[in-house]
Design a protein around this ligand. Structure first.
Ligand SMILES: NC(=O)c1ccc[n+]([C@@H]2O[C@H](COP(=O)([O-])OP(=O)(O)OC[C@H]3O[C@@H](n4cnc5c(N)ncnc54)[C@H](O)[C@@H]3O)[C@@H](O)[C@H]2O)c1
Ligand SMILES: O=P(O)(O)OC[C@@H](O)[C@@H](O)[C@H](O)[C@H](O)CO
Length: 387
């Protein structure tokens, strides 16, 4: 059995690749990072090292790599012959891998079992997004889409930026915790066998609980922490004002999750506390710059800050904690993050604050959150952010 995985980065090697290896697959990593693919092609194994707690080392073998930018035909051939395809490239990159997946599906024999495709990204409906890109590319022959079966997933494991040891550049340091939930319905009773993942009938509670607890709390720690002068996530959480701000935002999302999905309060409280303990793992050495990366994506309509804040406002609740995090996100200025530069450029532009609220957050005038977001943008501009 062969699994083709797009994105041989931290989650690709440190989580999805490991679980697919454990499931008995040979792995083909597809990536546009030439040196990384060369290292993968030259190696027989790499290690996944769980840190913080009892160190556990797992070894992954049986893999190869293809540079999908230099060899798109080879990459498409790998997709055509695969038993499962996964991605961990970032939601905004899915459009760029779609042509390779589309070419692979065109070349796949129509009588083969449908190919399971699962995007493992931090986003609601990431696989649906990929499927949408594929549908556009395959508009001339839509039946080709039936050669695949598309399932959304929720993935959770903190994998920081790596500090590789010489000679062990492929090793990945990860937290011990991991969860991979996959929606069962699309497989019609014949899901791919991945023992480390679990199938769920309804993914919405899992992906929303993860995105609006783990990722909202993480983003809150990164944005509030950076403003307070912290470089690391665990360091930020030792600052009482940051911790209080993170807890305030998470109390709000917990309230929403409990009312929306019916989680027992005690279960959601325990999930939230576990997330905070995970963030505080000092062995991870996880930076606020990684966790806050791409602030425009994180401030978009269906993401970890705006989606829950808007939903609470629609219920007549002012999401004070989330608004404080959104205000901090607007001030996220990081030299090597193009979205942070773009955000500052937008704030410094001649556009009205109301127009910026619409273009950055997707929240429209008349929405109960709109005025508070406009005030947040005004506040950042009044401080000279983006000037
Ligand atoms: N790191 C984490 O803690 C974590 C946890 C859960 C989910 N995620 C999600 O997993 C995804 C990947 O995150 P990551 O931390 O592994 O990032 P990463 O930067 O370590 O890995 C992404 C990889 O994708 C590759 N890539 C970029 N464009 C590509 C293309 N067109 N084709 C093929 N490969 C391409 C990059 O070269 C890189 O190797 C993101 O959606 C992220 O939100 C990350
Ligand atoms: O990957 P992002 O940029 O969507 O979010 C940054 C972190 O919050 C994220 O990578 C977490 O570490 C991860 O989602 C934990 O499962």
């Amino acid at each position: 059995m062969t699994a083709v995985h797009f994105g041989a980065g931290n989650i690709g090697r440190g989580f999805i690749g490991l679980l697919l290896h454990d499931a008995g697959h040979e792995l083909v990593f597809l990536d546009v990072n030439g040196p990384l693919i060369a290292a993968i092609a030259a190696a027989d194994s790499y290690r996944v090292i769980e840190i913080g707690g009892d160190e556990r080392i797992r070894t992954v073998t049986g893999f190869t790599g293809i540079d999908s930018s230099a060899d798109p035909e080879g990459a498409a051939a790998a997709v055509a012959g695969a038993d499962v395809v996964t991605t961990a490239v970032g939601p905004s990159i899915l459009r760029f891998i779609a042509p390779v997946v589309a070419a692979g599906l065109r070349a796949r024999p129509a009588d083969r079992a449908p190919l399971p495709i699962m995007a493992c990204e931090n986003a609601l409906g990431a696989t649906d997004l990929l499927r949408g890109h594929l549908a556009e590319l395959l508009a001339d022959d839509p039946a080709v889409l039936d050669r695949a079966v598309f399932a959304n997933t929720a993935v959770d494991r903190i994998v920081p930026i790596q500090e590789p040891e010489a000679g062990r550049e492929l090793d990945v340091r990860v937290e011990p915790f991991c969860e991979w939930a996959i929606e069962a319905g699309p497989f019609a009773g014949s899901p791919p066998a991945i023992p480390g993942a679990h199938l769920v009938d309804d993914l919405a509670p899992y992906i929303e609980r993860k995105l609006f607890t783990v990722n909202t709390g993480h983003a809150a720690t990164a944005y509030l922490g950076r403003l307070a002068g912290a470089a690391m996530i665990d360091e930020a959480l030792t600052m009482p004002a940051v911790r209080a701000g993170v807890e305030a935002a998470l109390r709000e999302t917990s309230r929403l999750l409990v009312s929306r999905h019916g989680f027992p309060l005690a279960v959601q409280d325990a999930y939230r506390e576990t997330a905070l303990v995970r963030f505080a793992n000092p062995a991870l050495r996880d930076g606020v710059e990684r966790v806050g990366r791409q602030p425009l994506r994180k401030l978009s309509r269906n993401e970890r800050l705006i989606q829950p804040a808007a939903a609470l406002a629609e219920q007549g609740i002012e999401p004070v904690g989330l608004l404080a995090v959104i205000a901090a996100a607007l001030r996220f200025q990081v030299a090597n993050d193009p979205e942070s530069a773009e955000l500052q450029k937008l704030l410094g532009s001649g556009s009205s604050s109301a127009d910026l609220v619409e273009s950055i957050t997707g929240v429209e005038p008349g929405h109960p959150l709109f005025a508070a977001l406009e005030a947040a943008v005004d506040g950042a501009r009044a401080e000279g952010v983006g000037a």
